[in-house]
Design a binder for this molecule. Sequence first.
Ligand code: HEC
Length: 140
Amino acid sequence: MVSAAFLVFSCSETKTESKKMESAPIKKGVVYQPSELAQTMRNMYVNMELVNSYLDSNQVVPDSLLVGYESMLTDTPTNPEEIGPKFHGFAKGWLSELETFRNEQTVANYNSLMNACVHCHESFCPGPIKKIKRLKLVGN
Ligand code: HEC
């Protein structure tokens, strides 16, 4: 069952989230529909896990894992009222870190890309920060 194995992330801290889950009636067969932005983020997370393992085994990271994330600038988010110039500043900063890593695939550049994920999340979506930090690599 794919759905059972799928990791569920959330911007809120785990405790608040589980409370919410308890009080919300769960309709059978109705699956939580993530926003476009949440979908892009999940995709980024999964792809960065792959990037991590390529890098960790000293292999060249395929370009397909490093393109297509510009949509974060225009994706519909869960909370549109939170998304403004500050978000776009972080997003552009992240995309330029991504370019740096694409051009020079070093552990240092990869880790600063992960730090750029965390920086945006500190302002907008603290829930997954611990998980994102685990994507970082120890230098080799
Ligand atoms: C420019 C800001 C920004 C950057 C950079 C960013 N994120 Fe996010 N992330 C968000 C916001 C905002 C959300 C909430 C999206 C929503 O619910 O619509 C989110 C949501 C997520 C989620 C939860 C998705 C879900 O299922 O609800 C994960 C996981 C995630 N991001 C991982 C990452 C990773 C990994 C990176 C870097 C590779 C990253 N993010 C970079 C702002 C950012």
